[in-house]
Design a protein around this ligand. Structure first.
Ligand SMILES: [Mn+2]
Length: 332
């Protein structure tokens, strides 16, 4: 059985005293906008933990739970809201290196007596009362796994399932650079709690609507490779969404195809959003290239090998600008 890492003890002790204090009754829990498997999985496990401690929980996200995660236990408890004026004893916010990343559903400092920041993104900011951050952790779900351990709460199958989805999606099936021996041992402990990998695979990776498959088809037909052969990118316009009757959520995983091309070092996905001239850019890279830093130039961020940002402008222009910045980075 894994032990809680020493570096976590002081933060976990502080968090434990917040959780065990009977005065702290009403909890706010949220993760970042456009929630992914790790954000949703981590939040749902925290939700369940707090319910077991007999707390009232306001679990929410700025955006809806994507359909591939709706099979997760308690996902229907996750409210999709943009704002609330309610006051809380404790606000626990996951995966938000910048406070704005959770969409300002509340003003944590004004609407909560205690704020808790749990995050594993690069260059974490210390904006809360308790800042439990670790950019070496594979996922926030891995950190939440240790929270259960520290509190000596054996994981239920439901909690283990949520955490496993966080671990699997953030490491992309244990294949990315954030995968380590530790993540596999955690996975093994989660499996012993009853997690069923085939169920998770089918829901998370193995289900696509016919229209989503058509979107993949039309996107891949237009894949571009720059003249150096080191950068590949895919663009998806609102016209593509209309023609295939799909939505942003259906673009999940499409970016990975661009990384399959031999010798490509950085691969990207550009897509138009509902807002006119606002382009969402996703970056992926091989080990040594830090796309978090590139995304930061455009007001975004993320991890070393997976990052994102939103850029104003027409899609063609945004592609030219971003690709030239990536090219410059590769020249260095
Ligand atoms: Mn994560």
């Amino acid at each position: 059985m894994l032990k809680v890492p020493k570096k976590y003890i002081s933060h976990l002790a502080a968090l434990k005293s917040v959780l065990k204090n009977p005065k702290n009754k009403f909890f706010f829990v949220a993760g970042h906008q456009r929630p992914d498997g790790d954000t949703v999985g981590g939040c749902l496990a925290v939700y369940s933990l707090l319910r077991r401690l007999k707390k009232d929980v306001f679990l929410c996200n700025f955006d809806a739970v994507p359909s591939f995660l709706k099979f997760l236990p308690y996902s229907s408890e996750l409210k999709n809201i943009k704002k609330t004026g309610r006051k809380f004893d404790v606000a626990i916010i996951l995966e938000c290196s910048e406070l704005t990343r959770f969409g300002n559903i509340i003003n944590p400092k004004k609407q909560s007596k205690i704020t808790v920041n749990i995050d594993h993104h690069a260059y974490e900011r210390k904006w809360a009362d308790i800042n439990w951050t670790d950019s070496c952790s594979s996922s926030v779900s891995e950190m939440i796994f240790y929270l259960f351990k520290f509190l000596e709460l054996p994981l239920t199958k439901e909690e283990a399932t949520s955490l496993y989805v966080g671990l699997v999606t953030d490491t992309h099936n244990f294949t990315q650079t954030n995968t380590n021996a530790q993540s596999h041992i955690i996975a093994s402990e989660l499996l012993s709690c009853g997690v069923e990998p085939p169920v998770i695979e089918k829901n998370v990776y193995g289900t696509k609507s016919p229209n989503a498959l058509r979107l993949i088809g039309s996107s891949l037909r237009n894949i571009k490779i720059d003249n150096t052969g080191k950068i590949a990118y895919i663009q998806i316009t609102n016209k593509d969404f209309r023609q295939t009757k799909t939505i942003a959520e259906d673009t999940e995983e499409i970016i990975n195809y661009a990384g399959m091309i031999p010798n490509v070092l950085v691969w990207l996905l550009f897509r138009e959003t509902q807002k006119k001239n606002l382009i969402k850019v996703s970056f992926r890279s091989v080990k040594d290239i830090d796309v978090h830093k590139i995304a930061q130039n455009f007001g975004g961020g993320g991890h070393r090998n997976a990052a994102g940002c939103t850029v104003k402008g027409k899609i063609g222009k945004v592609i030219d600008t971003v690709i030239s910045v990536v090219k410059n980075k590769l020249k260095k």
